[in-house]
Design a protein around this ligand. Structure first.
Ligand code: NOJ
Length: 563
């Protein structure tokens, strides 16, 4: 059995063509590789310790070399950063720490010239409390038109000093904050499903709908290829503000997955389709009910949505297989491609998660000090990288996963910023640990992250990251970076990985073995023994070296079979 991790082998399969995406490539999004840039932490071009657009522009060749088709940028707009930019105060301005509008326009164009599309993040459920609309609403009287764009409401109880509902925030804690009137007395309450700095918009209001359609046009006019829709299932509320029933029937929850949402997305789809080239809508939708989830992906609604079910599963073959089957089955009737996501800026890095006894992910179980075996986690994350890249649909890669960065669990408490940490009274470690700036080069912090060698990045990097820099990994053919580069090259070049269904092959319960097309097989070994590979197949890539021709535990092999 032939085995090699070298790029020569991968490039023999093909090299990516250097062409800009054309308008005729209408289906690009169905199997794209989309790289998530968390802009504060990608690369700092002006030396102030915070990542910015100049930093991204300087590293576009890195992304091209990696082999991505599109970049999704987490919010880059003007914002007080109460929730890392998911509190937008002006959608038509870039946050000054990141650059200006001209930089964004140049970036979109330069990326496209390298064959990379841009997807931006729109946060329609809420705005920043510093957004002019909210400031106007606070200054206006109860019942005024300005307040109608939000959810202002008198309090419950005899003195109005109880919250209008007992809905619980997605960031734990209350969802209502009481205002203070000009004379200093307590006034109405306003709704925020996240922090008080993120007041919820009222989607029954025509201004809210018009404004968001304008925002989409503003960015589509600037050449963006897609919109990631934040908290996409939360926008519409039941105006009667009932409590959440114990077991809500589909569509009955007062603030999640309301039927009226579909009208909004149908009109967004019409707008997106009115632009040349395929402009795509990607929903951030956390819903356990796969049928309800798939309703957002009907042909005249969103193009795709994140598949968090797979990401949340334990590293166990039956659980992963069940998730793959359920995902593909849910997407098939609406003809939407599935998406495969191992992590993002909200969740524990895979290298850490997979190195734990409980390798599933849930916000509710995030804690400090969980024992972690990073070697084990890294082996599994390598296997998972190949597994997800072999599945049919769109692949998302969160920045730094291609370097195998672990969650940073040693951040000093005084540098933590995430409201999830603070609103849990410090019980939840929060999401800062997966947002630490990338290590690019050198042996000491800031590891080439910043144009200034002496600056401390906005979140400090651990000294151990010297071994994980891009520079260090480029020189090491066994590195995570080489694995990702090789995998993406093969994925782009093999027609079977572009457009063919998955068929499970006979295997033990602890192995995920499937074919795509006539000539590709993926085998992921989640058992604790080496396993034999099918005879007569060429090994295109494997996440660990084979052991005497056999595939070790916690690894994946990609095989090319005889046609
Ligand atoms: C989901 C985003 O991914 C997360 O980072 C953010 O805090 C919430 N939505 C609120 O906007």
């Amino acid at each position: 059995m032939d085995f090699s991790l070298s790029t020569t082998e991968a490039s023999a399969v093909a090299t990516r063509p250097a062409i800009a995406p054309s308008d005729s490539d209408a289906l690009w999004w169905r199997n794209a590789v989309i790289y998530q840039v968390y802009i504060r932490s990608f690369a700092d071009g002006n030396g102030d310790g915070t990542g910015d657009l100049a930093g991204v522009r300087a590293h576009l060749p890195y992304l091209r070399e990696l082999g991505v088709d599109a970049i999704w940028f987490t919010p880059w707009y003007a914002s007080p950063l109460a929730d890392g930019g998911y509190d937008v105060s002006d959608y038509r301005q870039i946050h000054p720490a990141f650059g200006g509008l001209a930089d964004a326009e140049a970036l979109i164009e330069e990326a496209l010239a390298l064959g990379i599309r841009t997807i931006i993040d729109v946060v329609p459920n809420h705005v920043s409390n510093e957004h002019p609309w909210f400031q106007e609403a606070l200054a206006a009287a109860p019942g005024s038109p300005e307040r109608k764009r939000f959810w202002f409401h008198p309090g419950a109880g005899p003195n109005g000093d109880e919250m209008p509902t007992r809905w619980v925030s997605n960031f734990s804690g209350d969802t209502w904050t009481r205002t203070t009137q000009p004379d200093g007395t307590p006034g109405e309450w306003y709704l925020h499903l996240f922090t008080p700095e993120q007041p919820d918009l009222n989607w029954d209001h025509p201004d809210v709908r018009r404004e968001h359609e304008d925002i989409l046009r503003f960015w589509f006019d600037r050449g963006v290829a897609g919109i990631r829709i934040d908290s996409a299932a939360l926008l519409v509320k039941d105006a009667a503000l009932p409590e959440v029933p114990e077991n809500p029937r589909p569509g009955e929850h007062p603030n999640t997955d309301r039927d009226e949402l579909h009208d909004i997305y149908r009109s967004w789809r019409e707008l997106a389709d009115s632009y040349p080239g395929a402009r795509v809508l990607v929903g951030e939708i956390w819903l356990p009910d796969t049928k309800r989830f798939a309703m957002y992906l009907r042909p005249n609604e969103l193009h795709t949505a994140f598949n968090f079910d797979f990401m949340a599963r334990r590293w166990e073959a039956p659980a992963l297989r069940q998730s793959i089957d359920a995902t593909l089955a849910a997407h098939a009737p609406v003809h939407a491609p599935a998406t495969w996501v191992l992590s993002n800026h909200d969740v524990t890095r895979p290298v850490t998660r997979y190195g734990r006894e409980d390798s599933s992910f849930a916000f509710a179980t995030k804690r400090f000090g969980i024992p972690t075996d990073l070697d084990l986690g890294t082996r599994r994350a390598r296997a998972a990288a190949l597994l997800t890249a072999a599945l049919p649909g769109t692949l998302y890669i969160y920045q730094g996963d291609e370097l195998g960065l672990p969650e940073v669990e040693t951040l000093p408490r005084e540098v933590l910023q995430d409201p999830m940490h603070f609103r849990s009274n410090g019980i939840d470690p929060g999401r800062d640990g997966c947002r630490v700036p990338l290590p690019w080069s050198g042996s000491v912090a800031p590891f080439g992250f910043s144009a200034s060698a002496t600056v401390t990045p906005w979140l400090p990097q651990p000294a151990s990251w010297a071994a994980l820099t891009v520079e260090a990994q480029e020189g090491d053919p066994t590195s995570m970076l080489w694995l990702y580069r090789n995998a993406l090259r093969i994925r782009a070049a093999l027609p079977s990985l572009v457009d063919s269904d998955l068929a499970w092959l006979d295997s033990s319960d602890e192995v995920l073995a499937f074919s795509r097309g006539d000539d590709f097989v993926n085998i992921t070994n989640l058992s604790d023994v080496n396993i034999a590979l099918p005879p007569g197949a060429d090994v295109l890539l494997s996440s660990l070296p084979l052991d005497d021709g056999r595939l070790p535990p916690d690894s994946t092999a990609w095989l090319r079979t005889q046609q």
